[in-house]
Design a protein around this ligand. Structure first.
Ligand code: FAD
Length: 316
């Protein structure tokens, strides 16, 4: 056992005794202990009520669990959801143009290193190629739109040739030429708004209580940032020689979800809840915003690792 382990255990023991004497510990029968095994082989029995509580069930479930538990009311629990309000802009090249530029007649975005290019625009968000297979690409790029079908829209003054959901011969044409297309994912730096987030209402429930109901409505600013990014994406594709540019105007899709238990409103700087002593949150709900529109997972993981250190510093 290393001196550091001894120190941590001693501090933990002293705190546990303090809590015990202070009457803050209960030992329900079925939660008496679990075994912690250190890499060196030392084994300890942990009394769970002396251990810290941490939540890392993701940005939808964590606030939902809080709301369904008997915890203090904080008006920001579950609020401020950001989802990187996304969109898809796709370019199509003719075989001749591709041959001239690449020396081959297809793009084949789904082969090889697919997420191969990324463009960050601080204040707006990010663009990246995604290299989806035809099925997923068709869903994201052609199959869903907030503005109806392409034939309902007149993009005369827009930087794209078609916008909306594709159907009929146009869908067949573009999907048939998928190997000569490149898709750019628009990832907006949407901002936390109090109206967006997770609520629970009595009714449909599972073993954790009422299920979460998620609401997301972008603000005008979020829409504008996404429009600007989509325009940049269209420009990039045109500059690259695309003969047809399609924008899907995707409906809100929650692949990246964050900021529903935000540091600064629900959590302090160590991700410990302001209102619940020793409750730490270690998932993307703890992020104060959508981290500027970048892929969030590295930041979320780094924050969780930092929170682990903060737990040690504060409580052991
Ligand atoms: C299709 C797709 C592609 C993505 N691509 C990228 C990418 O390229 N780059 C990137 O940075 N991000 C990407 N993301 C986003 C990334 O996956 C998430 O942002 C990240 O996983 C969120 O981490 P989290 O810890 O907050 O939540 P999660 O990863 O969702 O972890 C929460 C965990 O808690 C568990 N859980 C829930 N409820 C309970 C409960 N009551 N009790 C116990 N456990 C519970 C869940 O099973 C889950 O394992 C992608 C997401 C999707 C869906």
């Amino acid at each position: 056992m290393t001196p550091k382990t001894v120190l941590v255990l001693l501090r933990s023991l002293l705190r546990s005794i303090g809590s015990l004497l202070g009457g803050r510990i209960r030992f329900p029968q079925h939660r008496l202990g679990s075994v912690l095994e250190l890499p060196e082989g030392d084994r300890f029995v942990l009394y769970r009520e002396t251990a810290l509580r941490s939540a890392a069930a993701g940005a939808i479930e964590t606030p939902r669990l809080w709301k369904n538990a008997d915890l203090p009311r904080n008006e920001w629990v579950g609020r401020g959801l950001t989802i990187h309000f996304g969109d898809n802009v796709m370019g199509l090249w003719t075989a001749d143009d591709l041959d001239e530029r690449l020396g081959k007649v297809t793009v084949d975005q789904h082969e090889g290193q697919d997420i191969a290019a990324r463009f960050d625009h601080p204040g707006l968000g990010m663009l990246q190629t995604v290299g989806t297979t035809p099925g997923v690409g068709a869903i994201l790029g052609f199959g869903a739109s907030a503005s109806g079908f392409t034939f309902q829209n007149d993009p005369a003054d827009a930087p794209w040739d078609t916008t909306g959901r594709l159907a009929g011969p146009e869908l067949k044409r573009l999907l048939g030429e998928y190997r000569r297309m490149l898709q750019i994912l628009v990832v907006s730096d949407d901002r936390p708004h109090r109206r967006n987030g997770v609520t629970v209402t009595p009714g449909l429930a599972d073993e954790h209580g009422p299920i979460p109901v998620v609401n997301y409505e972008p603000s005008e600013g979020d829409q504008k940032r996404r429009d600007e990014l989509a325009t940049i994406a269209a420009d990039i594709l045109r500059e690259g020689g695309a003969s047809h540019v399609h924008r899907s105007d995707s409906p809100p899709t929650a692949l990246h979800v964050h900021s529903t238990m935000r540091m600064g409103t629900v959590l302090d700087e160590a991700c410990e809840a302001y209102d619940v002593d020793r409750l730490f949150v270690a998932d993307h709900s703890a992020l104060s915003n959508g981290v500027g529109g970048a892929n969030p997972t590295n930041t979320g993981q780094a924050l969780a690792a930092r929170t682990a250190d903060e737990i040690l510093d504060r409580h052991f």
